[in-house]
Design a protein around this ligand. Structure first.
Ligand SMILES: Cc1cc2nc3c(=O)[nH]c(=O)nc-3n(C[C@H](O)[C@H](O)[C@H](O)COP(=O)(O)OP(=O)(O)OC[C@H]3O[C@@H](n4cnc5c(N)ncnc54)[C@H](O)[C@@H]3O)c2cc1C
Length: 397
């Protein structure tokens, strides 16, 4: 345990142990670049254009932003990072991060890829969970219609039956191989449909433990209420719940759509209320720890400390099998590595996929890192500190 029984997130030696000097330089350069909102906007547009007109930009993207945030172009390429994280007691959540695909072939490819991940994870403790975006196996437009409770055509109904079969195949495999699976949360105008499917799967596969875990975006003002209802349902119907708590990745898009279409935004009007609901949900989950498996998906130091303090207050062990902390690969290593060194359960989402297909994910990361300027300055400072620490050590030798 760190000094005074407190986690020291600023221990840069532990945080960047696995990073080479070159890795540090690349991260420093990228985080400095991403601080400039205007530059990120132009870069995002240029990248999308370059990919569209087949300019040869793949090698540059792969060596820079892709290397920072992704594990590789396929499962095999992620092995090195999975093994490296394992040495520091950090688990990997392999995330086939191909988005925005809409054909049957794409859906079948995602299905097979997730089954492949489960097959690899069943014999590898370094991959304790897997994850899935439901839009990877069922079309966005169909989920949108279901969300609106709109009548669907016979053809769409057939599509839904096939989509549900894919989902069931994945969950059945997760159950049989004991590899729990997170369903990611997406845009609010398809999320009710995703919630219904997630609840059905939890009822079916979470009779003994949480195999299916859903995600709650706490930037939505209705999620605390949803969590309370879900807990009541689970108690009444005797199933376990899996919850990944996040703040939410689609803030701008959500607010813009609500304004354009003239409805009340589902998003809190300020960050403070998002933070309050995030912490409230942590407490609510811990108070029901006998039936809930909780994953705090956050890079926020205050929320992380809040969870640590709540564990202590409620007498729950640091490494309780129902409590996980999780960060995205390439972000907040100072939190992940220092928590792992202090015995907490830590995982990193490790996205992978062909460079071209993970561009939407990369653009989200770049924008998010611009939006959280305060936290990023902290990350930048820690990277600089570690670079200087290494320089001083070399001089002392
Ligand atoms: C392991 C993991 C899994 C994830 N899975 C998902 C997922 O399934 N779905 C998903 O949508 N996201 C997911 N995310 C991303 C997540 O939602 C956040 O975008 C990201 O983690 C930043 O939030 P934070 O808690 O780290 O910290 P912070 O930097 O403290 O918070 C930034 C976030 O606060 C919220 N916020 C900012 N300004 C305002 C405002 N004015 N009003 C209201 N809210 C505001 C936004 O959500 C913003 O992203 C995941 C993140 C992690 C680490």
């Amino acid at each position: 345990m760190d000094k005074g029984n407190e986690i020291m997130f600023n221990n840069t030696h532990k945080a960047f142990l696995t990073k080479t000097d070159w890795d540090l330089k690349r991260s420093l350069w990228l985080f400095t670049f991403m601080k400039k909102a205007g530059v990120v906007k132009v870069f995002s547009k240029l990248t999308l254009f370059a990919i569209k007109v087949h300019l040869p930009v793949k090698a540059i993207i792969k060596a820079t932003i892709f290397k920072q945030f992704c594990g590789g172009e396929n499962i095999v390429e992620t092995t090195e990072i999975v093994d490296q994280l394992k040495k520091s007691n950090i688990g990997s959540i392999l995330d086939y991060s191909v988005e925005g695909k809409e054909t049957v072939n794409d859906f079948e490819r995602t299905l097979n890829e997730v089954l492949k991940i489960i097959d690899i994870a069943k014999n590898n403790h370094a991959i304790p969970y897997t994850c899935l975006k439901l839009t990877g196996i069922i079309s966005f437009s169909l989920l949108e219609k279901l969300n609106r409770n709109e009548k669907i055509t016979t053809e769409e109904n057939e599509e839904l039956v096939i989509g549900k079969k894919r989902l069931n195949k994945i969950c059945e495999s997760a159950f049989k191989n004991n590899v729990p699976i997170y369903f990611d949360a997406e845009e609010s105008w398809i999320q009710d449909a995703i919630d219904c499917l997630a609840e059905d799967m939890m009822r079916a596969y979470n009779k003994e433990k949480a195999i299916v875990l859903t995600t709650l975006q706490m930037y939505r003002w209705d999620r605390i209420n949803y969590l309370q209802v879900l807990i009541k349902q689970a108690k009444k119907e005797h199933f376990f719940i899996g919850i990944k708590l996040v703040r939410g990745a689609y803030l701008e898009k959500e607010n813009m759509r609500a304004e354009n279409l003239g409805y009340k935004s589902p998003i809190h009007t300020n960050k403070e209320n998002t933070d309050i609901d995030f912490d409230k949900s942590i407490t609510l989950c811990l108070e029901n720890i006998d039936i809930i498996t909780l994953c705090a998906g956050t890079h926020n130091e205050e929320s992380t400390m809040y969870l640590i303090t709540e564990l202590k207050r409620l007498g729950i062990a640091n490494n309780h099998p129902h409590v996980y902390f999780s960060q995205l690969y390439g972000m907040s290593d100072h939190i992940s590595f220092n928590l792992a060194a202090n015995g907490y359960n830590i995982t990193k989402y490790l996205p992978y996929g062909p460079v071209k297909s993970v561009i939407p994910y990369l653009i989200r990361r770049a924008n998010e890192n611009t939006a959280i300027a305060g936290q990023m300055s902290r990350e930048l400072n820690l990277l600089k500190e570690e670079k200087n620490r290494r320089k001083e050590q070399k001089l002392l030798k």
